[in-house]
Design a protein around this ligand. Structure first.
Ligand code: DGL
Length: 267
């Protein structure tokens, strides 16, 4: 396949962290991104609701000619991956297995701390994947982080204060060698997380699901970029606040998003 179309889905900005990692890996692709901003946060919702939202989004991306679908949302991956796979007929890559594999390769048999949304933690998906790979996981729900990132407060004293509370509480219960960022919004505050860990005396290494997932997606395609490979093209959809998505999204993606189209999906 010379120039694949790759569908990338998240509830909001978080999936852009996966897209950001994909751009240099699969250079000539056409990317169709969907941020379900009208119904965010997924992390505070039930399994039934998350599965319904995620399946609607996955079908939309398949109808927009995606050859492969990236569920760039840990919450949707944790609670709805089987339903999404059953709803579409293209390959689906979730975010949890890649990041757990990356952690296991770098830190075999380690104690890890998983930071994630409440729904992801309640699903125990990370705990099960970690156990299957010989890692001992402690999970910490960090429900305030997604709204702070969606507000654009990635470098803000309130975000640092919230992080210090969550990380202090988590480190009272474990002494991890690695921290798994189990939400695709969290790479946008990775430097704040790392610096807060050091302040609290932890030397744990931060591993994010975006990099690991992008590598897993790239392994589906046999593409050697040539100097003549054209740049990636984008089609970007959000279910609410398209102008905010264009402005903040361009910053988060570190690449201009020219236009975000409003999508009326579901209800
Ligand atoms: N980015 C999503 C994730 O990776 C979470 C955002 C939300 O709660 O909607 O879990």
């Amino acid at each position: 396949m010379s120039s694949p179309t790759i569908g990338v889905f998240d509830s909001g900005f978080g999936g852009l962290t996966v897209l950001r990692e994909l751009l240099p890996l699969i250079r000539g692709a056409h990317y169709v991104y969907l941020g379900d901003t009208a119904r965010l946060p997924y992390g505070a919702k039930s399994q039934t609701t998350i599965a319904r939202y995620a399946v609607e989004s996955a079908r939309f991306l398949e109808q927009h000619n995606a050859d492969l679908l990236v569920i760039a949302c840990n919450t949707a991956t944790a609670l709805a991956l089987p339903q999404i796979e059953a709803a579409v007929s293209i390959p689906v890559v979730g975010v949890i297995e890649p990041v757990v594999c990356a952690a296991q390769q770098r830190h075999p048999n380690a104690d890890v701390l998983v930071l994630a949304t409440s729904a992801t933690v309640q699903s125990q998906a990370y705990r099960q994947h970690c156990e299957a790979h010989g890692l001992r996981a402690t999970e910490k729900a960090c429900p305030l982080l997604v709204p702070l990132v969606e507000e654009g407060w990635t470098d803000h004293h309130v975000t640092r204060e919230v992080l210090s509370i969550y990380l202090r509480e988590a480190l009272e219960t474990c002494n991890p060698q690695a921290i798994l960022l189990g939400c695709t919004h969290y790479p946008l505050i990775a430097s704040a997380i790392e610096s807060m860990l050091r302040t609290l005396g932890s030397q744990a290494v931060v591993i994010d699901s975006a990099q690991a997932t992008a590598a897993a997606v790239a392994s589906h395609f046999d593409i050697t970029p040539l100097p003549s490979t054209p740049p990636a093209t984008f089609e970007c959809y959000a279910t609410d606040s398209v102008e905010k998505f264009r402005l903040l999204g361009s910053q988060f993606l570190a690449h201009p998003i020219d236009k975000v189209q409003l999508l009326n999906i579901g209800g």
